[in-house]
Design a protein around this ligand. Structure first.
Ligand code: ZN
Length: 327
């Protein structure tokens, strides 16, 4: 027999009722809502242009009125009669796989803390490995372009680390052989908790690369909290405040820079756990995925919708650009 809720529990339940937490979509719900290409396309149309095409702008002439040609799944411009497909100019541009398979990939990649490798996705949606790999990397470029709209502000821990190469051979620190240098920045909020995170590979760990990283990811005027390495003092001169903390042992560095080290070890675990060997030319896209997830770590339930929005807003990218590492 069910126990009667105590006053406190009833109050708790009442509060929950007034403020329902958004639920993560189940696999069954995904199939029901997005099991067909037609449903997926309809959803993309609404996300991109709004229910009544109120956000439509003709790519040919810029006119903002158009009408939906339902049968042909195109919008026709009211001025120049140019016809635009829902997927044109997005990462779904000229897609080769059915849209519902893309939605499945987005669902998988948006599951918090459950990274998906291309091989696993290929099995799930019955496509070739290369197709699954391309889908995931296109989604990672969409994540990156979404995050490029933000810069880190306030107090920001900055450090570098080294990933890839051979299995860890014990070489650590600046100039470690065989490895790719990665710059890492984490915002520190007033309550001592971490805010946004940004990571990017560097050709070499030097002042020039670190400055480029800082200028693209951190707002000018912010305070860089770094170790005592001279390169950071030089970077700070290009418009930042600087708080240098000299650390001795590795253990001390972890204590003085707890968040940057937490994110670094989580990122390395992701690379080892899911993406066994990551080529340096593709590393930045994996880092973009890591940042994207990290920056939305409290928004698990809405990650699927957010990623659809990111995919619709990102520029198309070709397989060739992905494979050659041009993007
Ligand atoms: Zn037009």
């Amino acid at each position: 027999m069910a126990r009667k809720a105590s006053g406190a529990e009833a109050g708790e339940a009442g509060r929950r009722h007034r403020l329902p937490l958004p639920k993560v979509m189940t696999v069954a719900e995904l199939h029901e809502r997005f099991g067909t290409d037609e449903n997926c396309l309809e959803h993309l149309r609404k996300v991109r242009w709004g229910e009544g095409l109120e956000r439509f702008a003709c790519p040919a002439c810029g006119h903002v009125k158009g009408w939906w040609l339902g049968k042909r799944k195109l919008v026709e411009c009211g001025a120049c009669h140019h016809q635009t497909s829902v997927t044109a100019g997005t990462i779904f541009h000229r897609l080769r796989s059915p849209l519902h398979k893309w939605f499945w990939a987005i669902y998988q990649i948006s599951q918090d803390k459950k990274d998906i490798a291309a091989l696993e996705l290929a099995k799930q949606i019955r496509v070739g490995y290369q197709t699954a790999w391309t889908m995931l990397h296109k989604l990672r470029t969409a994540m990156r372009s979404r995050d490029q709209r933000y810069v880190l502000q306030g107090l920001v821990e900055v450090d570098e680390c080294y990933v890839g190469g051979q299995a860890d051979d014990g070489t650590t620190g600046r100039g470690a052989s065989n490895k790719t240098a990665v710059a890492v920045a984490v915002e520190l909020r007033a309550d001592g908790r971490p805010g946004r995170v940004a990571m990017q590979s560097m050709e070499r760990p030097d002042t020039h690369s670190l400055r480029k990283f800082a200028e693209s990811k951190i707002e000018k005027g912010a305070t860089l909290k770094t170790d005592g390495w001279g390169a950071y003092a030089s970077v700070a001169k290009s418009g930042y405040q600087h708080k240098a903390i000299v650390t001795g042992s590795g253990k001390q560095a972890v204590q003085k820079f707890p968040w940057v080290h937490t994110f670094i070890s989580n990122m390395k675990r992701m690379l080892l756990g899911t993406y066994h060997s990551v080529s340096p030319k593709h590393l930045d896209r994996y880092l973009a995925e890591f940042d994207y997830r990290g920056n939305r770590r409290w928004q698990e339930a809405s990650l699927f919708e957010r990623l659809i929005l990111a995919a619709v807003g990102a520029k198309p990218i070709t397989c060739r650009q992905l494979i050659t590492g041009a993007s």
